[in-house]
Design a protein around this ligand. Sequence first.
Ligand SMILES: O=C(O)c1c[nH]c2c(Br)cccc2c1=O
Length: 460
Amino acid sequence: SLTSKEPIDIFTHAQPLSFFLTKVHGISSDYNGAYTMSLRDILSESMGNLQESCQFNYMFEIPWLIQQYPTSFRQKPLLCVHGFQGGQKAGLEADARKFTNIKFCQAKLEMPYGTHHTKMMFLMYDNGLRVVIHTANLIERDWHQKTQGIWISPVFPKLKSGPSPTQGDSPTHFKRDLLQYVAAYKAYQLKDWQDHISRHDLSSANVFIVGSVPGRHMAEKKHWFGHMKLRKLLNENGPVKEQASKWPVIGQFSSIGSLGASKENWLSVEFLQSLATVKGTSSVPLAPVEFKLIFPTVDNVRTSLEGYPAGGSIPYSINVAKKQPWLHSYFHQWKSEGRGRNRAMPHIKTYCRPSPTWGEAAWFLVTSSNLSKAAWGALEKKGSQLMIRSYEIGVLFIPKYLVENAVFKCSSKVKEAGQKTFVLPYDLPPRAYTKSDKPWIWDIAHKELPDSNGNMWCPS
Ligand SMILES: O=C(O)c1c[nH]c2c(Br)cccc2c1=O
C-alpha cells in the first residue's frame, strides 16, 4: 500500500504500468494520491537530480513552467520544442527573453493545418535519462482542473559502451522508435538529445511508441507512424482473433476533425480497421466491431469544475460538427466516478480494447492524438501512402510486456485497484448520450443555463 506522498513513492507504487493522471484541484484528496502526479511532482528532486531537460509541447507559459521546476533546477538548460511560426513564435521567444537557460526548436510544419501536438519531456539526471509522454500543455490551466494522462519511464542508465542506436533497446523497440521519431524533425537543436538517447540503456522500457510526423509516408514508412503504426503493432502483438475479435473498441478524445460525409470515408473503415486489428490479421474485422466514442456533452462541460470555460480546450467547431451528424450516434458521456473526475473535463486522449464484460482490456493507448485525420493520418493513392499533418506521440500498453496475463485486469475504481490492475481514467461501461444530450461544440453560445460558476457562454 502507499505510504508517503513523495512523488518517487507514488511513482514506485504505480510500477510497472507507470500510468498516471494529473492531480486535480477541488476534488477529494482520496483521488489525488495513488496514480496521480502534478508537474511539480514530475520535476521534483525526489525523482532525480536534474542536469538539463527538453520539453516538447503545443502551448507554453514560460514563467509558469519555470516555476514548476524546483528552485535549484530553474537555471538548468531547457530546450522547448514547439510548432509556432510568425507572431506566435516571436511571442514565445519574447516570454523567454529573461531566461538565458532556455533555447527553442521550431518543428517544421510543411503540411497545411498541421500542429505540433506532441507532449513529451526528456529529463537528464546525473544518474541517467527519464522520458515522460503525456497530454497536457505547459500552461497552468491544463494542470489545474482537467483529466490529463501521463506515462513516466524508469531512469535509463548510461551505456558503458559509447553511443549506439541499437544497443540498449527494449523488446518493444522503444529506443529505435524514439530515435526514429526525434530524427524526423531534422532539427540541429535536437542533435544533442539524439546523442543523449543513443548513449543510454532503454532496455527496461515496456511500452511501444505510437508517433505521428507530418508528411506523405510511403512503402515501409507507411507503418512507422499514425494509425498504420498502431495497425502494425496490433498485428504483431495484439490479442488473438479467437479472444478479442468480438470485443468493442473505445476512443476517447477532446477534439474532433473533419471525418467526411459518412463513417465509411475514414472512421469505420480505415481507422477502425487499425484499432480492431488482432494478431496475425489486419484485414477487415471479421465480425463488425462495436466502436464507442467518449466525448463530453454540453452538460458535462456546464457542470464541470471549470464550468463553460473548460470548453475552451475542447475545440470542436460547429462548422465541422454540422458536416458529420452521423458521428454523434457513436458518442458517450464523460464519466469518471472511479477516479473522482466526473467534473474534471478530459484533455487526455486514450484508445483501448476492453472486454464485453468491461473488466479486462487487450491493450490501452494514451496519446496526444485526437479523433482527426491530421493526427492519425489518412491513406492516399489506393492505400499506398499515409498522409499525416501533425506531430503527435503516445504509448501503447500491451499486457504480455507488463503483466503475466494475456489481458489487463482493468477498472477506474482506484480505491480497489490491485498492483497489476490497469487503472483507467474513466468508468466502464461507457454511458451513452441521453436523447437530450448534445456534444460540446465550442462556438455555440449558451445563454439559458448558467455553469457551475454561475456564468453563461458567449463565444464571439
Ligand atoms: O494540443 C492541444 O492540447 C490543443 C490543441 N489545440 C487547441 C485549440 Br485550437 C484550442 C484550445 C485548446 C487546444 C489544445 O489544448
